[in-house]
Ligand binder design. Structure first.
Ligand code: MSP
Length: 509
């Protein structure tokens, strides 16, 4: 039985166009899915768009179109952007789809039937951008949203249906304490435990102030609050409410990739809802930091784009190629803390890791094989000095991906590139006469390129495929199976190695 790996991104609000901050979790989830496909795991990768709620309704009104038109337009922009970034999702869910309405109504009806949803009144400070109530103590200067700096909150009073979240405090604490790796990194797990230990209030889960949402089946005029509708997307996509058998095969083997500001929804409200519906909570929740521009999520800088949200991923793809952008997002900001994004850093990483290391290795190997080996790639030596390095690199790369640490995994893979380049510089095969000596050095280098192409394929799928083809291998690196295919010695030799232009042409800083 293959292992199952179900990975999700948050679903993106359609009030605006996709930006580089949205690309960050999406590329990470895509690379994780690609890694697990290499492992031969039964893999399912879900992304999509969050289309209901006040934020979307208001942005549609400002644009003079209906919320559905707004959702159609921007959801398509997300799909186009993911296509341009090589995102190979298995499903793209939209919360306005009938399958999702069915799942939301079925799941919340179950909680209502169990007695954990009741009518009550609530009044409190509310941030429309977050679509969330806050406690007075959480507000900045008593009036502003803690997430959206400078945005005043409004006071909302509603008679709504409430989810009795307070009943789940201890069960949530027990769940996290009994499953040490359930929320990663460790610091985020502690943050959630701290929040739970302060005690939980019940939460309002329906609205009568708007109609743009999933109708509450037992109360006319109420729609579900957008967050309770949105979280359920993870269940909808694998058949909740429509195909119980399918749901049971995938749930709870899920890995949610989320940003740090939506941790409460995913690590408190969502598992509690699932518990209330008699369903297991999620298997893993991986929490990352923000990409910042000049130190802020939305910042004003003198040069370049005024805000991070102005950076369209497809524009960056025009400048750096799909793999240039993907590699940067995966390698430059370690998973967990915030990271600064800048044009200079993208250029730097691109030139050093992709043009000088990876690209240069592939070009060099093709050039020397062309001149010294008549264009035919020789086979590697079983006792190559690179064999032991490759074995260590494979283990470290696998550990990095298993830990959801793409930057660590890629740094490990790049060690094999660096050591192969050093191996060439030490031996100087370009100075050798054709013969067994040069064949030995080049066979080893070709084998290293083959292994690197497989290991790097989750991050840079197009370039990995190109390198694979240039060294004469049939098929594609993403169709290989780890660990068997990355064991030293599989490059067969006798294949035609082709020279072509640089895979990653250097970019002028
Ligand atoms: N619709 C909700 C999620 C519902 S999931 C059931 C939402 N949408 S969002 O479009 O505002 O954000 C989606 C994700 O993008 C969040 O995880 C957020 O952290 C991430 N990012 C948005 N800007 C970001 C950066 N600048 N950097 C990194 N990720 C950030 O929240």
């Amino acid at each position: 039985m293959p292992d199952r790996f179900y990975v999700t991104t948050p679903i993106y609000y359609v009030n605006d166009a996709p930006h580089i901050g949205h690309a960050y979790p999406t590329v990470i989830a895509d690379a994780l899915a690609r890694w697990h496909r290499l492992l031969g795991d039964d893999t399912y990768f879900l992304t999509g768009t969050d289309e209901h709620g006040l934020k979307v309704a208001q942005s549609a009104e400002e644009a003079g179109i209906t919320p559905q038109e707004q959702a159609d337009r921007n959801s398509a922009r997300f799909r186009d952007t993911w296509d341009s970034l090589g995102i190979a999702y298995d499903d793209f869910i939209r919360t306005t789809e009938p399958r999702h309405h069915d799942a939301v109504q079925a799941l919340l009806q179950r909680i209502k039937d169990s007695g954990d949803i009741e009518l009550d009144t609530y009044e409190g400070p509310y941030c429309v951008s977050c679509e969330a109530y806050y406690q007075d103590s959480e507000l900045i200067e008593g009036a502003f949203c803690p997430i959206h700096t400078g945005k005043p909150v409004t006071t909302l009073k509603e008679e709504n249906y409430f989810f009795r979240l307070s009943r789940y405090e201890q069960r949530l604490i027990d769940w996290i304490e009994h499953n040490p790796g359930v929320i990663t990194p460790e610091g985020k797990r502690n943050e959630v435990l701290g929040f739970l230990r302060q005690g939980l209030d019940d939460v309002s889960i329906t609205r009568t102030s708007l109609t743009w949402g999933v109708p509450v089946p037992w109360a006319q005029g109420h729609v579900f609050y957008v967050w309770y509708d949105a979280l359920i997307n993870y269940a909808t996509a694998i058949g909740f409410g429509t195909d119980d058998e399918r749901f049971a095969t995938w749930w709870p083997h899920v890995h949610h990739v989320i940003g740090k500001e939506i941790i409460r929804f995913h690590c408190v409200y969502w598992p509690a809802m699932l518990m209330a519906a008699g369903i297991d909570p999620p298997h893993r929740i991986h929490v990352h930091g923000w990409l910042l521009l000049g130190g802020e999520k939305l910042s004003k800088t003198v040069h370049g784009p005024a805000r991070l949200t102005d950076i369209a991923p497809s524009r960056l793809v025009d400048d750096f190629g799909v793999d240039g952008v993907r590699y940067h997002l995966l390698r430059d900001t370690p998973f967990g803390p915030d990271g600064d994004f800048s044009h200079e850093r993208v250029v730097e990483r691109y030139n050093s890791d992709l043009a000088n290391n990876f690209g240069n290795l592939v070009s060099r190997v093709a050039t020397v094989v062309g001149k010294q080996c008549g264009g035919t790639g020789p086979a590697p030596r079983a006792d190559s000095p690179l064999a032991a390095v490759a074995a260590e690199v494979v283990a470290a790369t696998a550990q990095g991906w298993a830990d959801v640490a793409p930057s660590v995994a890629l740094d490990a893979t790049w060690r094999l590139i660096r050591e192969t380049n050093a191996h060439l510089e030490d031996n100087e095969p370009w100075k050798m006469e054709p013969g067994p000596e040069v064949d030995a050095v080049m066979g080893d280098a070709l084998e290293a390129v083959r292994i690197v192409a497989i290991l790097a394929s989750p991050a840079i799928p197009a370039a990995a495929r190109e390198a694979w083809t240039r060294i004469g291998l049939p098929g594609a690196p993403e169709h290989q199976r780890v660990p068997d295919a990355v064991a030293w010695g599989s490059y067969p030799g006798g294949l035609a190695v082709s020279k072509a232009g640089p895979i990653f042409p250097r970019i002028k800083p």
